[in-house]
Design a protein around this ligand. Structure first.
Ligand SMILES: Cc1cc2nc3c(=O)[nH]c(=O)nc-3n(C[C@H](O)[C@H](O)[C@H](O)COP(=O)(O)OP(=O)(O)OC[C@H]3O[C@@H](n4cnc5c(N)ncnc54)[C@H](O)[C@@H]3O)c2cc1C
Length: 473
């Protein structure tokens, strides 16, 4: 009997999983000189395999936030810069599409979506030669997963069922649970705008408040302006009021001097305080002067959005790599290792005191975005305000945003662009799996997994044959 693997969700993580599975199966077959027969079935609720949520937006205003030369489905030689891999009749159109973005390092995200789609098609064609059947079930939303016995799961979709020995959960980000008290209220949108469908019922002649000032909020603001949905002012509001930093124009491979040695020596018990002081030591060393928490920009109180953009754009235009940015990029890569070695209270302290600020410096926007945002702010069509204290509605249903300085603003249109959520019960599939004891919630949010294997840990603490990948993990 072939091993049967069900992959739920057909985005970037699913494509990466298919590529790795296929590679491993091919190698095993070659070593043993005996084809390893397997059946992989990918279930995707939308009609394309590959782009998932981030790369399905068709709009040219939604750009990649990493340069195309580092965008790849898995670490192999087939990066986005090398073009597409599909072999179907659309190959010529794909080549034309690819060539139309040769001039830019930060092409629209849909280009990477097309690349992922072509890689999915490529593996499907190659896998069959090695006895691996790779089936893509599009427009098929999985509504439940049940355990039939120790070796089999039942995957339930609306119109069909499937049994599998292994289940891989790749359903992407969970929905935000912030401001869920407004869901269903007129003039409130619970997620950022990526399509005409999302912008349904939006009134371009009224001002709009976007909650958030990081990448999802910027995506939404630029979409509203580029698709002419916003004729009135757009106001982005958040607690910090800080926009993200700019994507580095050059990528520098920097060798951290202090943190790796400490992490290695500390083994499974890393101290957050020790780590943070080494982090500042790394940054101070690279910048050539003393920097610590008190000396960096932390919120709207330290700098206006316009000055922040001016400063960042100037640095980027001079093509001077900012040493802090490449240190943060290196630290980001160490995170999975660090996270597992922090004790529970240090993990909680990090999330409470540092995570938001770290992400402001670790998430990037391309230079084109920054220039556009600066122009919109200078023309008074966009503003960014920090210090949000609360958001409520009055009796007429108008949204009232109150700020720390005692001021407030009202709006009849409010968009939540604060990022993803972590409550597994907000996804019906996971709520049902949790209720049946197949998965459990992690105390800090998301599905509980063994961080070494990514296998689901069920309610009894036992690892199962389900794996969680991508944004879901
Ligand atoms: C807006 C945005 C922009 C980003 N931009 C970049 C970038 O420029 N560069 C970069 O390196 N990273 C970027 N990222 C991060 C990275 O691309 C994502 O982390 C990655 O795409 C996540 O892949 P995924 O497969 O986990 O989720 P997704 O790509 O979201 O795929 C999940 C898929 O599962 C499907 N699905 C969900 N539930 C079900 C169900 N019950 N049944 C069947 N199908 C289901 C969905 O339809 C979707 O297609 C971005 C992330 C976001 C959110």
């Amino acid at each position: 009997m072939p091993a049967k693997i069900a992959i739920i969700g057909g985005g970037a993580a699913a494509v990466a999983m298919c590529l790795r599975l296929y590679e491993n199966i091919r190698e095993a077959s070659e070593v043993s000189n005996n084809p390893y027969v397997a059946e992989i079935c990918v279930f995707e609720k939308n009609n394309t395999i590959g782009p998932g949520v981030p790369y399905s937006t068709p709009y040219d205003c939604h750009l990649l936030n990493f340069p195309k030369k580092i965008m790849t489905a898995v670490y192999d030689s087939n990066y986005l810069t090398n073009g597409f891999y599909g072999t179907d009749s659309g190959a010529e159109n794909q080549t034309n599409l690819f060539n139309s973005y040769l001039h830019t390092n930060y092409p629209p995200r849909h280009l990477y979506g097309e690349y992922l789609e072509s890689r999915a098609e490529q593996i499907q064609n190659e896998a069959i030669k090695f006895g691996v059947t790779l089936e893509f079930r599009r427009n098929t939303e999985v509504i439940d997963v049940k355990s039939l016995d120790e070796e089999n799961f039942l995957i339930e979709a609306k119109a069909e069922n499937y049994t599998a020995n292994y289940v891989v959960l790749c359903t992407g980000n969970m929905p935000s649970t912030n401001f869920r008290e407004f869901i269903g209220k007129e003039g409130f949108w619970q997620k950022p705008f990526y399509s005409e469908e999302d912008a349904k019922n939006f009134d371009p002649k009224k001002i709009v408040v976007i909650i958030g000032s990081r990448t999802s909020a910027i995506d939404t603001a630029l979409y509203l302006f580029s698709e002419k949905h916003a004729q009135e002012k757009v106001i982005m509001v958040s607690r910090s009021g800080l926009l993200p930093v700019l994507c580095p124009q050059k990528f520098v491979n920097y060798q951290l001097k202090y943190m790796p040695e400490y992490i290695e020596a500390a083994g499974t018990s890393i101290s957050l305080d020790a780590l943070i002081s080494l982090f500042w030591k790394e940054i101070s060393d690279a910048e050539g002067y003393n920097i610590d928490y008190s000396s960096i920009v932390k919120s709207y109180e330290d700098i206006t959005a316009l000055h922040w953009l001016d400063r960042q754009i100037k640095e980027a235009e001079m093509e001077t790599p900012n040493p802090s940015s490449y240190i943060i990029a290196e630290v980001f890569l160490l995170f999975p290792k660090i996270w597992q070695a922090l004790n529970k209270s240090d993990q909680e302290a990090f999330l409470k005191s540092y995570y938001g600020l770290f992400m402001t410096y670790a998430s990037h926007i391309p230079l084109q975005f920054a220039r556009k945002l600066r122009e919109l702010i200078q023309d008074d069509r966009l503003s960014v305000r920090g210090g949000v204290e609360s958001i409520t509605t009055d009796t007429a249903g108008t949204f009232i945003v109150r700020f720390e300085d005692g001021t407030s603003l009202s709006t009849s249109q409010l968009i939540n662009a604060t990022g993803c959520g972590y409550d597994i019960d907000s996804v019906p599939l996971y709520k049902s799996m949790r209720q049946r004891g197949l998965i459990a919630a992690h105390r800090l949010g998301g599905i509980d997994v063994n961080p070494q294997t990514f296998c689901v840990v069920n309610k009894d603490g036992i690892e199962s044959a389900s794996i969680v990948l991508g944004d879901t993990s």
